[in-house]
Design a protein around this ligand. Structure first.
Ligand SMILES: [Zn+2]
Length: 466
């Protein structure tokens, strides 16, 4: 592996003291960070003794970002489901499209999403649920090729409902409990821990699509294997009402009763939960993936994340997918997260920029159980590092790098990305696969999919297109 030396810039370490090193430098060798400190000190040892020297004078250098809620199969679905609330959004648009995927198209969707994530600073992500028809093996092989790091949940299910809506899941997405559970184990045996870059998780579908017996089996097996579980929960009011009516339990109480709380669990959205449930999340060390753009766009609500942070819950950030956010840019997601909490609580300090940077770095690493490996820039940790180019009018004067990252930056400001010591993007060019090819194939694959599903064949615009 090449020895890489990054010199200059504000280095936001995210170490336990949250040090920011002004005019700092980092040396990388054999996957790892081997030195970090002031440029004037490190220059002597590394400036002329490295294979690649990256000048980051006046730029911002920080740990690669961790996106804890991603749908790889929704990359081709952008703008196919605008202006709808969750249940019709799923039933009439998203599921018919996903239920018509051919493996080749699902792979192109994943490639598109991974390219977008790399180019906007994400170095690790949590996929929420692959299914058999997407061809999960091909997707995981591509993840390994791309250089990105990922925990990949595979969907597990044995019913076809969503909350109290029965038989609502598209037929193309239906799998048996036996098949979906066994295929998760197959993927686990084949890929889990491969190169310290891919881990296989359980991704149970939401209540209504999984029996209590299967939920318990998932919880038990995940613990036995030492792997994770992620699930959407309490995204919309209907989820809470269904769980109260059917099980007489609030959403987090329900999750707790089926074994879906604990430090190996990432619950997604949790918009409709109360203070008592927040305390239970903190007590059980359950992580939360907050997805503010998605919750805002589908008019689902605003999750009480500033309260969760106060109570000590490990809150992380996710973008969700192409039709709910329409972007996989985690830097933009930080801004909407803080703005929504400010307006929701009428307190401009309810989430500070520092809180947001913790969510997308060290908290994300904790949620994925890889915080000893990534999430901060420290000697001995894997080199997952991004460089944000500040030589731009919207990032000057450079008087506060933390504020600038959250309030002023966007994903396209990320100039270089290093993952596991490998240069994955250099001067905004992906080094590990051909982006042009992906863009070209995505265009064709999407229109074939829309035609077959009979959805999204015309753009949803009220104006005349000539
Ligand atoms: Zn989602």
């Amino acid at each position: 592996m090449a020895k890489i030396y990054i010199r200059g810039g504000y280095i936001i370490t995210m170490d336990s003291r949250r040090r920011i090193i002004k005019d700092g430098a980092i040396a990388i060798d054999n996957h790892e960070i081997i030195d970090i400190g002031k440029r004037e000190v490190l220059d002597k040892d590394y400036r002329y003794h490295s294979d690649l020297v990256i000048d980051a004078l006046n730029d911002i250098v920080l740990p690669g970002l961790i996106n804890t809620h991603v749908h790889l199969a929704q990359g081709l679905l952008r703008a196919c489901a605008d202006y709808l609330p969750l249940i019709p959004w799923l039933r009439d648009r998203v599921w018919p499209l996903q239920g018509n995927y051919k493996p080749k198209e699902a792979l192109i969707s994943a490639q598109l999403v991974i390219a977008e994530m790399i180019m906007s600073g994400t170095t690790t992500f949590l996929e929420t649920g692959l299914v058999g028809r997407y061809g999960p093996d091909n997707i995981i092989e591509f993840i390994l090729k791309s250089g990105i790091r990922a925990a990949i949940a595979r969907h597990v299910m044995d019913q076809t409902g969503y909350a109290d809506q029965q038989n609502i899941l598209h037929e193309g997405l239906i799998e048996s409990g036996d098949k979906s559970f066994k295929d998760t184990l197959r993927l686990y045996n084949k890929y889990h821990g491969r190169g310290d870059r891919v881990w296989i998780w359980f991704g149970p579908r939401t209540p209504g699509a999984v029996s209590l017996k299967l939920y318990h089996e998932i919880a038990e097996k995940a613990r036995e294997l030492g792997t994770g579980i992620t699930m959407h929960l309490a995204e919309v009011r209907e989820d809470r009402e269904y769980l109260m009516k059917t099980f007489n339990k609030k959403p987090i109480e329900f999750a707790h009763s089926i074994g879906l709380t604990g430090s190996n669990v990432v619950l997604v959205h949790t918009v409709w939960i109360d203070d008592e449930e927040i305390k239970l999340l903190a007590k059980t060390q359950t992580s939360i993936s907050h997805n503010p753009s998605s919750n805002a766009k589908l008019a689902s609500g605003i999750a009480p994340v500033s309260r969760m942070v106060l109570e000590g819950v490990n809150v992380t950030l996710g973008t969700d997918g192409g039709p709910s956010n329409n972007s996989y840019d985690l830097i933009r997601e930080m801004k909407i997260a803080t703005l929504l909490q400010s307006v929701n609580t009428m307190n401009p300090e309810s989430l500070r920029a520092e809180d947001l940077l913790e969510m997308v770095t060290i908290n994300g690493a904790k949620a994925l159980m890889i915080d000893r490996m990534v999430g901060s820039l420290e000697v001995g940790k894997r080199a997952d590092i991004i460089v944000v180019d500040t030589h731009k009018p919207h990032l000057r004067p450079l008087n506060n790098p933390v504020s600038h990252l959250v309030y002023s930056s966007m994903g396209s400001d990320v100039k270089h990305s290093i993952i596991d010591g490998e240069l994955v993007m250099y001067n905004r060019e992906i080094q590990t696969f051909n982006l042009e090819e992906v863009l070209e194939k995505a265009e064709k694959a999407a229109y074939n999919l829309y035609e077959r599903a009979g959805v999204c064949t015309e753009p949803d615009i009220n104006w005349v297109i000539e």
